[in-house]
Design a protein. Structure first.
Ligand SMILES: Cc1cc2nc3c(=O)[nH]c(=O)nc-3n(C[C@H](O)[C@H](O)[C@H](O)COP(=O)(O)O)c2cc1C
Length: 337
């Protein structure tokens, strides 16, 4: 049977199937089910700095009101010493995951300020995380902000955190950069150990009855993998980073494609939310079958063999393919046939 081992962020993982950040890691039993189903590591749901700040504002208001309230009611209120913050709860969950599971636990941080990134990153390291994933959900909505400034923001946050944390750090990125490969190389130079391509952002929608703008979450489909596959294929061999894909990976075939272009791990989220942790076993078994049927001895043997550098037709990952693809539509499909 093929050897599924892979190296990711300096960790030796028993296979490339890693549940990505999601509510599934909030519950220890569910996380345990993921481990039992074959997950080789788990990325925790993110700690959001904005939520810490919001909680701290509420907390300040509450204790301020208590100060000016009725003395006899004071004993009913929690004292600041008894109060368990959102951050404490996150770190406690991380410690519980570490003590109940044998697989590596990757903590995830969504910070907004460099002080926040450093403080929470250090706390995650102290709490026992095996690695850190930085989920930078930044929308460049300011028309005055140039692409250089956007990139510098990431690079500054990363290099400041790097100087305070010795854990492996991976950056979960959006696909919306002018020159993703160049930017990723600069992330490597600033101290990143890996990248995860690409986060899916939840798009605002318009409710036509109320005319309100409403956030919309929908789960992915396998169609979304192709964007990730192209960019990992282009990146592979140009950087010395661990590579993860996230976004649309639902089947063993999706996972095989990610490995062929050079990914070290495939993150799974929507497929597990839809079908439950046991689906991971199904993907695992199908992946093993595929490797055996195609006479691969290991995942390592597969990795990067159809990246742009190694593909028979490397140009297919670039624009040249564009005209051919458009032409193929008129010649093969739809009403134009
Ligand atoms: C309900 C839900 C919660 C999520 N929470 C987080 C999170 O806390 N941090 C994060 O970095 N990504 C989060 N994600 C994004 C996923 O980790 C994943 O990157 C994304 O959904 C794409 O993968 P998929 O197509 O397999 O779902 C979440 C996704 C969903 C659907």
């Amino acid at each position: 049977m093929a050897d599924l081992k892979t190296n990711y962020l300096g960790l030796t993982l028993k296979n490339p199937l890693v549940p990505s950040a999601s509510p599934l890691s909030q519950d220890i039993d569910t996380a345990k089910q993921l481990e039992d189903a074959g997950a080789s590591a788990i990325v925790m749901h993110s700690l959001f700095e904005e939520r810490i700040e919001e909680e701290s504002r509420r907390h300040d208001r509450f204790f301020h009101q208590q100060d000016i309230g009725h003395a006899e009611a004071d004993s009913f209120h929690p004292t600041p010493m008894e109060y368990e913050s959102y951050q404490d709860r996150y770190l406690e969950k991380l410690q519980q995951l570490k003590s109940h599971l044998d697989i590596p636990i990757i903590a995830s941080l969504n910070g907004t300020s460099s002080d926040g990134w450093i403080e929470y990153g250090k706390a995650m390291q102290q709490a026992g995380a095996d690695a850190l994933e930085l989920n930078v959900y930044f929308i460049a909505a300011d028309i005055e902000m140039s692409s250089q400034e956007v990139e510098d923001r990431y690079l500054t946050l990363l290099s400041e955190l790097r100087s305070h944390v010795s854990l492996p750090i991976t950056m979960k990125l959006s696909s919306q950069f002018s020159s993703p490969l160049n930017f990723i190389r600069r992330l490597e130079q600033a101290g990143a150990n890996g990248v995860s391509l690409f986060n899916r952002f939840y798009q605002p929608d318009i409710d036509l009855e109320t005319l309100h703008v409403v956030p919309k979450i929908h789960l992915s489909t396998s169609d979304e993998t192709l964007l990730r596959i192209r960019w990992i294929a282009l990146l592979y061999g140009h950087v010395n980073l661990s590579l993860a894909v996230t976004g649309g990976f639902h089947t063993a075939e999706d996972v095989v494609k990610a490995l062929l272009v050079g990914a070290d791990v495939t993150h799974l989220c929507s497929v597990l939310l839809e079908n439950g942790p046991q689906q991971l076993t199904h993907i695992h078994n199908k992946l093993t079958d595929w490797l055996d049927e195609h006479e691969y001895e290991s995942v390592e043997q597969l990795k990067g063999s159809i990246s742009q550098q190694n593909a028979i037709n490397p140009i297919a990952y670039e624009r040249t393919n564009y005209i051919e693809v458009l032409d193929s539509y008129t010649s093969t499909s739809g009403v134009l046939r």
